[in-house]
Design a protein around this ligand. Structure first.
Ligand SMILES: Cc1ncc(COP(=O)(O)O)c(C=O)c1O
Length: 445
């Protein structure tokens, strides 16, 4: 009797081994096709990712899966893994990959020119040019005297967590201090997302969302917004992109690079959709202080699957201090803390005390200064031919660099935005004026 069952088990295992082998052979066949497609796309200078083709394959495979009784979510996860691998293979065929153009490419080229004695006006990087509040310096000076030289609690020093919690009207156990917003975003994504899941962003977008998700093996889908629609996201487009595998939607308002703030009503619509479909909403609010119209944090919408991210980098000119924070449910904060404990133990103690003193400082002067600069740029750009037609933007960006101005290429914020440049307001008005005069000269040629 037993040996009958053992015999059957052995037979089934044989069958399983053969089928798994067949699957692997088919995957290999798929990869070879991806490689050929990559070669053709490279020759035709086409973008690698094509969401409409993915949707078409997706529909065919989903329908087939459902017909033969497979779970939709499982089919989706497998499909996403195949799509991601295919994109990787096709990208490796891209002979133009060395020419990846983003603000860091331009920044590094500008630095090279500066090392040869050239003067460059930096309008490409978004790093405040003013100093942190004076009491931050005083607090930092107390580091040795107060022996703030130790590891701290992984979630951050209680005083800082408590102060942030009070400011944001949440319970302290919902707050974690992180080394900058970037790590808060990465660890929140790593806590919530798995390989084969899907994440939705609104483009143009800060590239780190895509980078973090790709690193985890999560498929990124983008709702494209357009200047003609005042960068307003289309909810029906968002709805269309959500599937059973969508686990997170990322919001970033005020937005980098557009400065856009989406109306509360629309945010409410997005949250309602997320609520209905059980999707997390991560809201990166690092620029919230620089909102010149009423602004509502995600925390005001009381959605239990939200993750609010902020930091002291932009609001208090403390990019190098690397202090940020996340506010979410206790459950998610515990998960982020686990990642943080494995990766970094804790944020540096002196920096947490410096952030505490920053939190108690008034930075309204910086906010006014930035507004004045933005108004200046706006007024100046109105006198320029802003809607340039038929110009090669990449060439213009390099011409500008040769003339001494570095700007950020739009393509860094999404493939569709290759025709745009981003100008940062992190320079004194005199330099902004000089930079924009050069822009005028170069684009009028
Ligand atoms: C939208 C956005 N979020 C987060 C960050 C990074 O912030 P942090 O310095 O706190 O990591 C940046 C930096 O440019 C950004 O543009």
């Amino acid at each position: 009797m037993n040996s009958d069952k053992e015999l059957k088990l052995e037979k089934l295992r044989d069958e399983m081994r053969l089928i798994t082998g067949e699957i692997i052979k088919l995957v290999q066949k798929r990869m070879l096709i991806a490689s050929q497609i990559g070669n053709i796309k490279n020759n035709l200078m086409m973008h690698i990712e094509d969401i409409s083709v993915e949707q078409e394959i997706g529909k065919y495979v989903y329908d087939l899966g459902v017909q033969i009784g497979l779970n939709r979510q499982f089919v989706g996860r497998l499909l996403n893994l195949l799509f991601l691998e295919s994109i990787k293979i096709q990208s490796s065929k891209n002979s133009r990959k060395d020419e990846k153009l983003d603000h860091m490419t331009i920044f590094l080229k500008a630095k090279q020119l500066e090392s040869k004695g050239r003067k460059i006006i930096h309008l490409e990087v978004g790093e405040p040019d003013y100093m942190p509040p004076p009491n931050v310096k005083n607090e930092l000076n107390k580091t040795f005297e107060k022996k703030r030289i130790h590891y701290t609690e992984t979630k951050g020093i209680p005083l800082l967590r408590k102060s942030i919690a009070e400011k944001k009207s949440v319970k302290e156990d919902r707050v974690i201090i992180t080394p900058g917003a970037r790590f808060a975003i990465f660890s929140a994504m790593a806590s919530i997302l798995s390989m084969g899941d899907e994440l939705i962003i609104f483009e143009p977008a800060w590239p780190a969302y895509r980078d973090c998700a790709n690193f985890i093996g999560t498929k990124v889908k983008a709702v494209k917004t357009k200047v003609e629609q005042k960068w307003d996201p289309d909810i029906s487009q968002l709805e269309e992109l959500t599937t059973a595998n969508t686990k997170m939607i990322v919001l970033n308002y005020p937005n980098n690079p557009t400065g856009k703030i989406v109306h509360d009503k629309k945010i409410e619509d997005i949250i309602n959709l997320a609520r209905k479909k059980n999707i997390f909403v991560l809201s990166d609010e690092v620029y919230s202080l620089y909102s010149y119209i009423p602004y509502k944090s995600i925390l005001n919408f009381e959605y239990d699957k939200s993750v609010m991210i902020s930091s002291f980098s932009k609001s208090h000119a403390m990019t190098g201090f690397r202090v940020g924070y996340a506010i979410s449910s206790k459950n998610i904060i515990d998960k982020i803390s686990k990642i943080q404990s494995i990766a970094i133990t804790s944020v540096a103690e002196p920096m947490q005390f410096a952030a505490l003193s920053a939190l108690r400082s008034n930075v309204s002067k910086n906010v006014t200064l930035m507004k004045r600069r933005l108004d200046f740029i706006n007024k100046k750009l109105k006198n320029l031919p802003c809607q340039f037609n038929n110009i090669d933007v990449t060439k213009t960006i390099y011409n500008l660099l040769n003339e001494g101005v570095a700007v950020a290429p739009g393509i860094g914020f999404g493939n569709e935005y290759f025709n745009y440049i981003r100008i940062s307001a992190c320079q004194p008005i005199k330099l902004l004026n000089d930079g924009l005069e050069i822009l005028k000269k170069v684009t009028k040629r």
